[in-house]
Ligand binder design. Structure first.
Ligand code: TYD
Ligand code: MG
Length: 453
């Protein structure tokens, strides 16, 4: 039977029967590439009743405790993993080229190895000597990590079979190739085949694997999105060029909370942990200025303080600009609409720019009120008090909704020297003595009290 090609989007994994410039499913451009099916043999038949038997949940046995997690000692990493590395788990670490994935994983490999976990670091991008040079720069040459520079999947599986490590790091999945797949390394078929082989092999012999994946939009190299479904945990390593800090974010985790973040700083001798990210994000804050509001947010399970900066200016354009960095543009439009419809404050004819200082991306819904505060402060040219944090969700009616973890947000603010907070009514605040709390139930009350409008 002749093999018929199919076309797959490297960004979202959708399949098509013909090529097109834009993926109908996710809307990305130039991400669709041809791939050949693995094999076109006869359809699979059942092997009879002895194989693939299902069992009762209660039969799985309760007396056997799950094997313990191993911690690396890098708290920022361990927390994002959900409290350490789970044995025989598959993890994908994605990120832009040059962001620091290899650095992070070499450091992690060294720490796990020092904890007694047998660790193999397979590099398909650099020769062993180069990896060793990097290790020297990071001060890790004494760590008992085994290095291999290989790209052929068969060789790697053989290495894993003979070495039987507890942890294998594959850097990167785009450089691996399986010789039974007829396409170039980095293509969707190769990436998918290599990821499938590695994860299923690792599960079978009880090895944890970390797959490194570059995220690029150029279609040339397949994005690791197609791999996300195959692994237990997906971590993204993010950061802005020109900023030193990097964020490791769990976007999927079978063994821990998603959305958890770890914060690192890239230095001349590798990545160092940032134990107090709020201090880092607020470090560049100068004197109180109009358009600035400090938001007491929660990222994953930890409180993080960041500064929202807004600029509102008369627009020379027929269609005023709405530019937002680090937050959701749709949400900004909603806040502007609520301010206009419920509080009578129009932004027509005004350009609006919103930015999260430091390049952090915020997804916490409690940011609404901080954004509204920054926008109003910019529009009225009146600075908010410097010692105040703001948080709360805004509904379409203009009501302020209580948000999760009020106490923790306030505690973090207090720790960083803030003495007052503006927040919605409701939510537990018992443990926040010494903090001046201004609690409100409606956005129009906020506008009246804070800006006298
Ligand atoms: P790298 O880990 O190679 O990125 P990736 O594997 O994601 O492509 O990191 C490359 C960048 O990090 C490079 O620009 C140099 C910088 N870097 C440091 O600033 N300090 C260091 O100690 C190391 C090893 C790298
Ligand atoms: Mg690398």
């Amino acid at each position: 039977m002749a093999k018929t090609p199919s076309f797959t989007c490297s960004a979202c994994g959708a399949r098509f029967s013909k090529w097109s410039g834009r993926c109908d499913n996710c809307g990305e451009w130039n991400t669709i590439a041809e791939e050949m099916p693995l094999s076109a043999g006869p359809a699979l038949k059942s092997l009879g009743s002895r194989r693939g038997r299902a069992m009762e949940l209660s039969d799985l046995g309760t007396e056997e405790a799950p094997p313990p997690r191993t911690t690396s000692g890098l708290d920022e990493l361990d927390r994002v993993l959900g409290g350490g590395l789970v044995p025989a788990s598959a993890i994908l670490v994605g990120g832009d080229p040059g962001i620091g994935k290899s650095t992070l994983l070499l450091q992690a490999a060294a720490e796990f190895a020092r904890k007694g976990l047998k660790t193999v670091y397979v590099s398909g991008e650099e020769a062993s000597a180069q990896v060793r040079m990097r290790a020297a720069r990071l001060g890790l040459t004494d760590a008992p990590v085994q290095l291999a520079a290989e790209t052929n999947l068969r060789d790697i599986l053989t290495t894993l079979e003979t070495e039987r490590p507890a942890l294998a790091i594959i850097d990167s999945i785009q450089t691996m190739w399986a010789d039974n797949v007829e396409s170039a390394p980095g293509s969707v078929s190769q990436v998918r085949a290599a990821a499938h082989e590695l994860t299923s092999f690792a599960k079978r012999i009880g090895v944890s694997v970390v797959l490194v994946g570059h995220v690029t939009k150029e279609g040339q190299i397949a994005g690791p999105r197609v791999v996300e479904h195959m692994v237990d945990t997906v971590l993204y390593f993010e950061g802005e060029r020109g900023h030193q800090f990097r964020i490791l974010r769990a976007v999927k985790n079978r063994f821990g909370p998603a959305d958890e973040i770890g914060v690192f700083e890239m230095t001349g001798s590798g990545l160092t942990e940032v134990k107090n990210p709020s201090a880092l994000f607020l470090s560049e804050r100068g004197n109180p200025s109009p358009g600035s509001a400090v938001f007491a947010g929660i990222e994953g399970t930890r409180p993080v303080l960041v500064e929202f900066q807004a600029l509102v200016a008369p627009s020379p354009h027929a269609q005023p600009r709405r530019t937002v960095v680090g937050w959701d543009g749709g949400r900004l439009a909603m806040i502007l609409a609520v301010l206009e419809a419920r509080c009578g404050i129009p932004f027509t004819g005004l350009d609006v720019y919103l930015n999260v200082a430091g390049g952090m991306k915020i997804s916490d819904p409690a940011a609404d009120l901080a954004v509204a505060a920054a926008l109003l402060s910019a529009r009225e040219d009146a600075a908010l008090p410097a010692d105040t944090v703001v948080f709360g969700e805004i509904s379409l009616s203009g009501a302020l909704r209580a948000v999760s973890q009020t106490e923790n947000r306030l505690k973090e603010a207090q720790k960083l020297g803030f003495t007052s907070a503006i927040l919605p009514r409701g939510g537990k605040t018992a443990a926040n003595e010494g903090m001046k709390l201004t609690q409100m139930s409606d956005l129009s009350v906020f506008v009246g009290e804070i800006f006298g409008a």
